[in-house]
Structures are given as structure tokens and as C-alpha cells.
Design a protein around this ligand. Structure first.
Ligand code: ZN
Ligand code: ZN
Length: 149
């Protein structure tokens, strides 16, 4: 995902919009886990240039494949998040800053970072999910077992 900054750098202070849809970001690897995105990542926002670099802000949306943390039912979990970041030609000592070269920003890594940050700690099929019986494994949403009524 490349954004041209030529126009923005000619007109510092002015916002230039962008939008993308990208299905090539899946799977993302988070530590030992793979996150499988089941919708293209759609990104829209704007860039503004100043003397130091480029500000990039916007929103991203996608969805990933997961399972209910209690009953293990497969789920599609939507993700929607915002980003507001800086791109500079050199990082200095600030690790919050992304780097770019030439006349375009590659926002792919930044978008991956924000997808991973937006992942919920756990997903549930519903707030009232009863989960599985710890003894026999019966799905308690579908009825009781001899251990739980
Ligand atoms: Zn569940
Ligand atoms: Zn049971």
C-alpha cells in the first residue's frame, strides 16, 4: 500500500485523501499465532506534509477468523480502528515514527501494526455464552449435561 506524497509536499499544511482495499495482508503473524483476515483491509484517511515529515491519519476495517473463547464456536470478528501516525525520512530516537523514502509512503507495516493492536484479547460468540462443560465437553448453550443443568 503506497501513498504518493508528491502533491502533499508541494502544498504543506493541506490534507490529501487516500483510500485502499487490500486483501494481500493475510495472514498476519503475531508472536507464535497467525491472524487470518477474512475480509480485505479497507483503509481511508488523509496525509498532511510539514517541514519535518508527513502526518497520516484515518481508519481501517477488516475482520478476522477466530473462535469463541468459551465454547470454541468459529466466529468472524470485525475490526475497526483509527490511526494517527508520523512518517519521517529518518527516525531519530523516536520509535513511534515510521520511515519513508523518496516520494511515496509504504503504509503496509503501519496498517499491520494497527490491525494487531486492534485485536480483542478474547472473542465470545455472545455475552451470555455458557461455554463447555469442563468434565464432558458438552456445549452448554445447546442444553445441559449430567454435570450442569
Ligand atoms: Zn461461545
Ligand atoms: Zn458435563
Amino acid at each position: 500500500m503506497l501513498i504518493s506524497v508528491m502533491e502533499a509536499r508541494k502544498s504543506p499544511g493541506q490534507a490529501f485523501g487516500f483510500s485502499f482495499e487490500n486483501s494481500g495482508l493475510s495472514p498476519l503473524v503475531l508472536g507464535a499465532e497467525e491472524v487470518v483476515l477474512i475480509k480485505p483491509v479497507s483503509v481511508s484517511g488523509s496525509i498532511v506534509a510539514d517541514a519535518e515529515g508527513i502526518s497520516v491519519r484515518g481508519t481501517l476495517k477488516t475482520a478476522f477468523q477466530t473462535e469463541c473463547a468459551r465454547c470454541l464456536k468459529p466466529l468472524e470478528e470485525p475490526i475497526a480502528t483509527e490511526f494517527n501516525v508520523r512518517f519521517h525520512k529518518s527516525a531519530g530516537d523516536d520509535d513511534e515514527i515510521y520511515l519513508y523514502e523518496g516520494d511515496s509512503l509504504d503504509i503496509t507495516d503501519m496498517i499491520k501494526d494497527h490491525v494487531l493492536l486492534a485485536l480483542p484479547i478474547q472473542s465470545l460468540c455472545g455475552p451470555d455464552c455458557k461455554g463447555l462443560c469442563p468434565i464432558c465437553g458438552t456445549n452448554l448453550n445447546e442444553g445441559g449435561c449430567v454435570h450442569r443443568k
